[in-house]
Design a protein. Sequence first.
Length: 558
Amino acid sequence: MQKICRHCQQAFLIASEDLKFYDEISPVFARKKFPIPAPTLCPECRLQRRMSFRNERSLYHRKCDLTGKQIVSMHSESKPITVYDQEEWWGDRWDALEYGREFDFAKTFSEQFAELYQAVPHISLYTNNVENSYYTSYTLNVKNCYLLFGGANDEDVMYGHFISYSKDILDASSLYSCELCYEGTSSEKCYHCLFFRNCKNCSDCLMTVDCQSCKNCLGCFGLVNKEYCVFNEAVGKERYEQYLAELFPLTPQKIQLLQEKLKTLMLALPHRADHIYLSENCSGDMIIGSKNCHNAFDIINCEDGKYLCFTPKTKMTYDATFNSPDGVEFSYEVCSTVGNTSAMSTFLSWYNESISYSMECNNCQNLFGCVGLKHKKYCIFNKQYTKEAYEKLVPKIIAHMMQTGEWGEYFSPTLSPFGYRETIAQEYFPLGAAAIKQQGWNTFSEPEKTGAYLGPKVILPESIAEVDESICEQILTCDCSGKNYKITPQELKFYQKLGLPLPRLCPDERHLDRVRLKNPRRLWQRECQNCKKEIATNYAPDRPETIYCQECYLKTAY
């Protein structure tokens, strides 16, 4: 079936197996009468919509609305919602059932859900089981972490995004089981690697891309099981160590020269159409140990899924984003949802079963249209029902949603508590203020800061050898955005240990640089530039790289 996206007006395909999935994903007691209709938005617009609910990087000082103490929150004080600090939100001083209400069939679901969402208190930062990691969000089981957004089972991670099972990491995105690494992107099981991308099982490497099981490699691309190589040339241990002795401590100029030389090398060599490892019948990029997953990006150990992004351990699920560390099963259109079974249209919901159109609910079963519930069953709009009454009322609400065109659709971005440019959607689908307003989406922006630093600009030394602890007292200015930032003592020790220069950019600009290194979250149909076989790749047709299919690329192993 071919459809036209009602948002971007682009054509997209819905396969027969997709229709079967939509038929089966509706709640069990309503499935025969109310199957999920085929989506009206293309996969990219559905991803954009989910991402518009996730503010990762905008943190604000405000007061807790329960205790009055000063806190840090992802919700600014200007937002018309109630916010509690983590300890109070998870505590027992309030009960979300107190905000329960009857469903009004004279109104749309969205109208009533917006009223409920505005009434129920919200958590300041979405974290659980964190130690000495106050300035993080969307984190679970982390220790000694700072400005980590999207992380689980981590320790000593700073300035990271979607980092899992990792330790001693600084400035990285999409890392899994890595240690003592810097400026890494989309990599797994790497140790002591700096400035690396799409690498697996590598150690002691600098400035490498698409390398596997390599050690002591510098400026290399596409190598497998190699050691002591410099720009893809085997040089031996003695000569390699001479190179390192000349390079370290690194300076910004040395880093730039290495990057330019590696870029030239990469343009001269073929690239693999995708990064899919130990997987069967999959399409997308950075897929590890998965089966029957398509249009998937940054996934590991997933099965029978489609349109997945930044999610591990997920089964029989479509349209899922940010589901680390435990994924979801038999779910549809979920974001920032972890450990759920039979979830549909949820945001920020952890370890639930049979939950639909709900946000910020945890360890619950059989919820519909709820906000902020913990350890509850059979609730609709935060009101408690018996099992029998619940299963009688939910189909009536679904029938009403079918009439209003809401059934099967994710929440509208107008329901997001954040301004579009506060969310991760702006990173992947950037829009100007006029375009956001034209869509009718939220235009909340960060409140203007007062008391800006007006002192002289600090000139940073080229080498870390010239830096002492006094730098941690200085206010630095980003060379790109002009924003102020600081170096923490923990961060300084990391740079000193690895011989790295102090960053000239603020954390947000460094993050955006890593985002730009990653290919888009979409696939193009192209021909392998060697055998002419049709392939699906996230290298756009106008890119300058030479793209090979998996088979041709492996034959050219360097």
